[in-house]
Design a binder for this molecule. Sequence first.
Ligand SMILES: Nc1nc2c(ncn2[C@@H]2O[C@H](COP(=O)(O)OP(=O)(O)OP(=O)(O)O)[C@@H](O)[C@H]2O)c(=O)[nH]1
Length: 332
Amino acid sequence: MTPIDDTFSEPVGGTPVGQEPATGTSKKRKPRGGTPAPAYRAGFVSFIGRPNVGKSTLTNALVGEKIAITSDKPQTTRRAIRGIVHRGDGQIIVVDTPGIHRPRTLLGERLNALVKSTLGDVDVIGFCVPANEKIGPGDRFINEQLDLFPRAKKVAILTKMDVATRTEAIDQLAELGMLRDWDTVIPLSALTGEQVDVLSSELVKLMPVSAQLYPDEAVTDEMDDDRIAEYIREAALDGVRDELPHSIAVSVEDTIVREDKPLVEIYANIYVERDSQKGIIIGHRGERLREVGRVARAQIEPLVGSKVFLSLQVKVAKDWQRDPKMLGRLGF
Ligand SMILES: Nc1nc2c(ncn2[C@@H]2O[C@H](COP(=O)(O)OP(=O)(O)OP(=O)(O)O)[C@@H](O)[C@H]2O)c(=O)[nH]1
């Protein structure tokens, strides 16, 4: 076990919340409640398909905002949220899967098992095939795997229509129709945006009737945590020298949206590798750490769209860069 020294905790900035218990909801863990409006629908979709068929581009086009690929955490089983589509009639949450492929090794089989556990609880699976490439054995293999998820609705998405000829597109639609009885088939181009709105409205129709699952402003909650950690790390790095920059890592432990006041509470740890480094980060009487918090908070508040209470703890995790457990915890 990595010894973690936890002797210094410095809440920084924002409204001091003192000892009062947090009455808000954890942004990550608890979806917002409320009575569902009539026919409001919300649920999860995962796009699958061979590499390079345009899944990421499609996610970005649907969500309407370029999402940096910062949420990939291949070594964890956690389901990564790639994007959230907010519509008047519902919410579509796009979740990531590492990609199904023909298993050649035990590792391959295990990876596929992981994908299956993720796909086991999505509402819709979007099977992506490029309009300009013939359906091959890889596509057929993935299509066969879809039988393992009887609960999910299945949508065929013909991607890259902008580079396909009319004949290619018609042939592909016919081929897709022979693979299975799809809930719907949508030809589109994520690059030009053509028909992306049609996919969006078809997807929402296939989602279960539900209350809103994420707040209006959320684009992806994974990404927010990563961005917040990065802002804090940047602020902590400012002005430090030698080997210290490589020894600093930040993890956001909890984010709580207060319901009693317009405030988001963020609890984060700054890890260093040695006691001497801890002193540098904290500074004389905690002055430097307060400055780190102030600088980070100025960047985080516009991101979350609210006042922020930021609690930073500096911890020593000896040699965390060589500790698999710590690396996992830090998202590496
Ligand atoms: N012409 C055209 N190119 C596209 C379209 N969508 C994606 N591409 C291109 O296809 C390539 C692969 O796109 P990605 O979105 O990264 O594909 P992916 O399926 O997420 O790939 P993996 O992450 O490897 O699984 C990129 O060069 C994209 O620019 C489209 O609608 N039209």
